[in-house]
Design a protein around this ligand. Structure first.
Ligand SMILES: CC(C)(COP(=O)(O)OP(=O)(O)OC[C@H]1O[C@@H](n2cnc3c(N)ncnc32)[C@H](O)[C@@H]1OP(=O)(O)O)[C@@H](O)C(=O)NCCC(=O)NCCS
Length: 174
């Protein structure tokens, strides 16, 4: 039995360890989580943990970013990072975390969720190349198919066509 719930302060150390383990012992993603938590981009209810009888086995962080269209900033959600302990991968934990994050982001009224990730994984949740919505990313150079977006309500991202996603400073601080 695996449940998805909002992260609490008491989870921070385990969430750090889950990120380090999932990302081949590197610290970047764990530090990214800590940086976002301390920033204006953080939304408590969008830092999610997956829990099983063994404790916390996965974590996903959805947080605020901007799509800039002309001189207007539109708030959107970015997913980064998502981590499942290696021993628990390919059992649907990532799926549960993503689906819950998308549901909560929609309930909060955001137009869409964007990410940089594996193009074989995220389309099953409705993600498509962000370029299909006319969205661009200039801060980081990545192949077209790894910069993806999903609309949370019909037409909400298409309405931001021509916009540029801007990741907040926390993504570049460590
Ligand atoms: C990516 C990750 C979060 C997925 O979590 P999960 O619980 O294993 O995912 P699910 O059980 O929901 O889905 C498993 C599917 O994802 C696929 N998948 C997992 N990692 C993948 C990868 N790096 N590239 C492509 N597909 C991947 C599996 O092949 C499997 O596909 P299948 O259903 O067709 O067999 C997890 O593998 C992980 O923590 N990886 C290390 C950290 C990482 O890469 N994070 C994402 C950065 S974009």
């Amino acid at each position: 039995m695996k449940t998805i719930r909002t992260e609490t302060t008491a989870d921070h150390e385990v969430v750090r360890q889950v990120n380090v383990e999932a990302f081949d012992k590197r610290e970047y993603e764990a530090k990214l989580v800590e940086g976002i938590r301390q920033s204006d981009s953080f939304i408590d209810s969008l830092s999610l943990v997956a829990e099983s009888a063994q404790g916390i086995i996965g974590h996903a962080l959805f947080s605020k970013a901007s799509i800039v269209v002309g001189d207007t900033n539109h708030e959107v959600i970015v997913l980064a990072p998502i981590a499942v302990l290696p021993a628990f991968q390919k059992q649907g934990v990532g799926k549960k975390l993503i689906e819950e994050g998308l549901t909560r982001s929609r309930q909060l009224g955001f137009p869409g969720v964007l990410l940089i990730g594996h193009p074989e994984y995220y389309p099953r949740f409705g993600f498509r190349p962000a370029s299909t919505f006319g969205l661009v990313l200039k801060q980081i150079e990545v192949p077209d198919d790894v910069f993806m977006a999903v609309e949370l309500t019909d037409g909400a991202l298409h309405a931001l066509q021509g916009g540029e996603l801007r990741y907040p400073a926390a993504f570049f601080d460590n």
